[in-house]
Design a protein around this ligand. Structure first.
Ligand SMILES: [Zn+2]
Ligand SMILES: [Zn+2]
Length: 195
């Protein structure tokens, strides 16, 4: 059986996390995890659903150059479907929809393990999980945009205040006040331009 990504390199017996039996490629370091092996390993290593995004900031990762390459299941030759893992640098986990085998490119399993997601790979492929990851990524982009606009010192204060107002029953009242204050300056600035 050859590597679905490098095509000509054979997959060799190996393990992930010391116990999970897989077939790995010596060239690209990718691993093929059969559904049965994952299921058996999972029964012994099942864990609570991790706090989904708490660890993301601690994960630094350079995706494998093979990440974007489409591949066929090494067992049944079907095209592998992809699930996006949305981190600062996103990557894809692949799975065969016929035999449910999982392909991780080199390094991807380690990232999933760091996040505590390696015991929840099935969930990565669900619409709900994908939606939550998109939401998280959107929120992060928004935060980054604010840091870019006003600098990190003010941004920290804004985030802190936003959390306080969000939790306060009359937070919207205070937020509207801030909006008015900020808009007023802008309006007068625009009026000055007109004059
Ligand atoms: Zn390979
Ligand atoms: Zn398959």
């Amino acid at each position: 059986m050859n590597c679905p990504k490098c095509k000509h390199s054979p997959l060799m017996d190996s393990t992930l996390s010391g116990k999970l039996a897989v077939n790995s490629c010596q060239d690209c370091q990718g691993s093929w995890i059969r559904a049965n092996d994952y299921e058996n390993w999972h029964q012994e290593n099942a864990s609570e659903e991790p706090d989904l995004f708490s660890q993301i900031h601690h994960v630094d990762y350079v995706p494998s150059p093979f990440d974007n390459k489409a591949a066929l299941c090494p067992d049944c030759q079907r095209i592998l479907s992809r699930a996006k893992v949305s981190l600062k640098t996103s990557f894809y986990i692949e799975r065969c929809s016929s035999c449910n085998g999982i392909w991780c490119d080199g390094g991807e399993w380690d990232v999933l393990e760091k996040l505590g997601w390696h015991t929840h790979i099935e969930q990565l492929f669900t619409a709900g999980w994908q939606a939550r990851m998109r939401e998280y990524q959107h929120a992060e982009q928004e935060r980054q945009a604010i840091v870019d606009k006003v600098g990190s010192e003010i941004a920290e204060k804004v985030f802190e205040l936003a959390t306080i107002l969000e939790q306060h029953p009359n937070g919207d009242f205070a937020a509207a006040y801030l909006m008015r204050r900020c808009e007023k300056d802008k309006t007068s600035f625009l009026n000055q331009l007109k004059l």
